[in-house]
Design a protein around this ligand. Sequence first.
Ligand SMILES: [Zn+2]
Length: 68
Amino acid sequence: MAEKGKGKGGPKKETIARYYTVKDGKVLRKNTWCPKCGPGIFLAVHGDRTSCGKCGYTEFRKEAGPKK
Ligand SMILES: [Zn+2]
């Protein structure tokens, strides 16, 4: 019975860290809320755009710079 590393359930501690970043003691929001669904509904980041998985709202990111 060789038990392999099955069922890796990593903790989701970094979930918040993905949405917020702390800079100079200030909490900056990485993602934006969905203007349609309202606060609480984050827009999912997809490369150069963000989209809401709830209503389908898509917003192109202005900060999308040239790829390195
Ligand atoms: Zn939405």
